[in-house]
Structures are given as structure tokens and as C-alpha cells.
Ligand binder design. Structure first.
Ligand SMILES: Cc1ncc(C[n+]2csc(CCOP(=O)(O)OP(=O)(O)O)c2C)c(N)n1
Ligand SMILES: [Mg+2]
Length: 352
């Protein structure tokens, strides 16, 4: 029998003690203006269409190596990063990173060109899907080693504190990564040193083919910081307004010097783990129920309709996004590959 993502959930409201430590307030769903709603819609749609196009280019053999799509999880990156300040704060994530880059305003053309391994790509075509980087935007990757970004992100938070630059690090990781030892070493140091970091656990219910039910003794990931006195909040990661509301609380907490905080974003990925995963470990009904009942783009669309945004305006946005994607894909297919001599640059060779 296929084991699905039905998780045992311990009584959510019974919060265990955090010593004498204060707790963050309960987040409220963000009250967005019409313009903000439209912007959330646009950004999530851009990620969705980008990922669909990446899937097609992969199928055509234009993208090599691994490729992990973010479809279904769009509200997480958009909701969190919309509250952050590019150039002041920093972001780090794993290999499912295209959406996080797009949500930080990085040009889809240079992201797509990285996927197709072109010179104009954001890592000059040498990183590919999993290893994208932009210091300019404060985006520190793009990491293929599961969990590594948690300790690296903690280091980035240390830098923010050391330089006293007012920045906060946002370190994303998955439900699978949350079981790694280095995560807890990082939690310990972050709390001890009062580092400005938001640990964002994207609980999409699966780590490759392994469900949370099979792998997590404590399936409520927001509680994972308790023995380190780090507070945690569980958030509906399929609702961009709930995510943004939680981001406000987390940012207020970290910026005011109260140290690290954990956000558990309950979300779902519609596609397999990577392009080579047929996802046989879950039922079609399970996937369909998320698409039908929780889709983050459909939900924001409903909010837009409530706010009186006309159908034509949404159609115009859809067309705008479509055009951006056509242009990005064309660019990624036509722009040249790196010169073969590039094989010998950016390579670290040292003797110890
Ligand atoms: C240290 C390490 N162990 C194992 C892997 C292989 N691996 C790649 S992704 C993955 C699952 C991670 O799942 P999760 O953290 O839930 O993130 P998601 O893919 O769901 O976004 C594993 C085990 C790896 N890349 N690095
Ligand atoms: Mg996962």
C-alpha cells in the first residue's frame, strides 16, 4: 500500500515551554492592497509558467543534469520574500531554487539561460539548475547538498550581526533536510549568539519518495527548535497572504534582536521530486486534492475577484507573463554556450 502524506499531528495549540522566553504574536493574514494582490498573483504566475517552460525544455533535451520544479509551492517564496529587502537581507536555499530567485526579482532570462548552460546565465552557465547565485541580490544559492544551506545561512546571519548591517538571513530547507544533524548544530549556535535568521521549513510532505509520516518522529516541524528555545510558527504555505503575515512577524522578531525563529510552511509539490521522478509513491487523488482545493494561484485569483479586479485585467497579466516567458525561453535557447576555455576558469586548485 502506498504510504501517503497523511501526517500524525500532535495537538497544535499545546505549546511547550520555551523557558522564560517571550513568544512571537500569532500572525495575521496579510491585508494586501489591490496592487499588492495583483503583484502576488503576477509573481506566482511567473514562477508557475517559468517552471512549466523549464519542464518542457528539459523534455526537449535543452536542459541537462538535475532539475527540481517548484510548482505548487509558489506562495512560500513569494509571500516570504515580498516582505524582505533586496540588498539588505540575504536568502539561501537548496536545489529547488528557481522560484526563490524569481521572487527576488532576478531576470527570468538569466535564470533560464543558466538552466540551458549558457554564458549569459546567472552562474555563467556553469552552475545549472541547482547552483545559481547572485551576490548583487543577496541570493547565496542554490545548494545541492541537502541541509548545507542551513549552516551556511547561519553563517550569513552571523555576518549580518557582525557587520551590524541590519540584515536578516532567510534560510529555506525541506522536511527531509530538517532531520539532519547540522540543522540542530546551527539552531544551537543561532540561539546562543542571537543571530538574525529565519529558518523557513518548506514542508511539502515528501523528501524524494519518502513521506513525512515515514521519516519524521516529530511531524510538526515548527516545534523543532524548542529544545534550543527557538520559537516556531506553523503557516498555511498554500496561502500567500498567510505566508506574508507570518513573514511580517518573523522579520519583526529577528530585526528587533530577538534571535532566530522557525516558520514551518505547509505546502505541496505537484510534480515529482525532480524531472526524473514519476512520483509513484503517492496517489493521483492526493495530488488532485491539493490542485483543486488549495492551489495558491487560484486562491489569490479569488481574492482579486473579491477586490473587484476585472477579468480583463487578469487576462492582460496572463498575457504579460506569457510574453516574458516566450522571450526568456528564446533567449535561453539562442544565447551562446560558454567558450570551451571556460572549463579552466573559476576552478580552485590548491595544495595543502
Ligand atoms: C547530504 C545529502 N544527502 C542526500 C542527498 C540526496 N537528496 C537530494 S534531495 C533529497 C530529499 C530532500 O527532501 P526535502 O528536504 O524534503 O526537500 P524537497 O526536495 O522536498 O524540496 C535527498 C535525500 C543530497 N543531495 N545530499
Ligand atoms: Mg520535502
Amino acid at each position: 500500500m502506498a504510504r501517503t502524506a497523511k501526517q500524525k499531528t500532535s495537538s497544535k495549540k499545546a505549546q511547550p515551554p520555551l523557558g522564560n522566553k517571550e513568544r512571537p504574536p500569532e500572525p495575521k493574514r496579510y491585508k494586501a492592497s489591490k496592487e499588492e494582490l495583483l503583484d502576488f498573483y503576477k509573481q506566482m504566475l511567473l514562477i508557475r509558467r517559468f517552471e512549466e517552460r523549464a519542464g518542457q525544455l528539459y523534455g526537449l533535451g535543452l536542459i541537462g543534469g538535475f532539475c527540481h520544479l517548484y510548482i505548487g509551492q509558489e506562495a512560500v517564496a513569494v509571500g516570504l520574500q515580498s516582505a524582505m529587502t533586496v540588498g539588505k537581507d540575504s536568502v539561501i536555499t537548496g536545489y529547488r531554487d528557481h522560484g526563490h530567485m524569481l521572487a527576488y526579482g532576478i531576470d527570468p532570462k538569466v535564470i533560464m539561460a543558466e538552466l540551458t548552460g549558457r554564458e549569459a546565465g546567472i552562474s555563467r552557465g556553469k552552475g545549472g539548475s541547482m547552483h545559481m547565485f547572485s551576490v548583487e541580490h543577496g541570493f547565496y544559492g542554490g545548494h545541492g547538498i541537502v541541509g548545507a544551506q542551513v549552516s551556511l545561512g547561519t553563517g550569513l546571519a552571523f555576518k549580518h550581526k557582525y557587520a551590524d548591517d541590519g540584515g536578516v538571513n532567510l534560510a529555506y530547507f525541506g522536511d527531509g533536510a530538517a532531520n539532519q544533524g547540522q540543522v540542530y548544530e546551527s539552531f544551537n549556535m543561532a540561539e546562543l549568539w542571537n543571530l538574525p535568521i529565519i529558518y523557513a521549513i518548506e514542508n511539502n510532505h515528501y523528501a524524494m519518495g519518502t513521506s513525512v509520516e515515514r521519516s519524521a518522529s516529530e511531524p510538526d516541524f515548527y516545534k523543532r527548535g524548542e529544545s534550543f528555545q527557538i520559537p516556531g510558527i506553523q503557516v498555511d504555505g498554500m496561502d500567500v497572504l498567510a505566508v506574508r503575515g507570518a513573514a511580517e512577524v518573523a522579520l519583526e522578531w529577528t530585526r528587533s534582536g530577538k534571535g532566530p525563529i522557525i516558520l514551518e510552511l505547509k505546502t505541496y509539490r505537484y510534480r515529482g521530486h525532480s524531472m526524473s521522478d514519476p512520483a509513484k509513491y503517492r496517489t493521483r487523488e492526493e495530488v488532485d486534492s491539493y490542485k483543486k482545493e488549495k492551489d495558491p494561484i487560484e486562491r489569490i485569483k479569488a481574492e482579486l475577484e473579491k477586490a473587484g479586479v476585472a477579468e480583463e485585467e487578469l487576462k492582460a497579466t496572463d498575457k504579460e507573463i506569457k510574453d516574458i516567458m516566450v522571450e526568456a525561453a528564446k533567449f535561453a535557447e539562442e544565447t551562446p554556450e560558454p567558450d570551451p576555455s571556460e572549463l579552466y576558469t573559476d576552478v580552485l586548485v590548491e595544495e595543502y
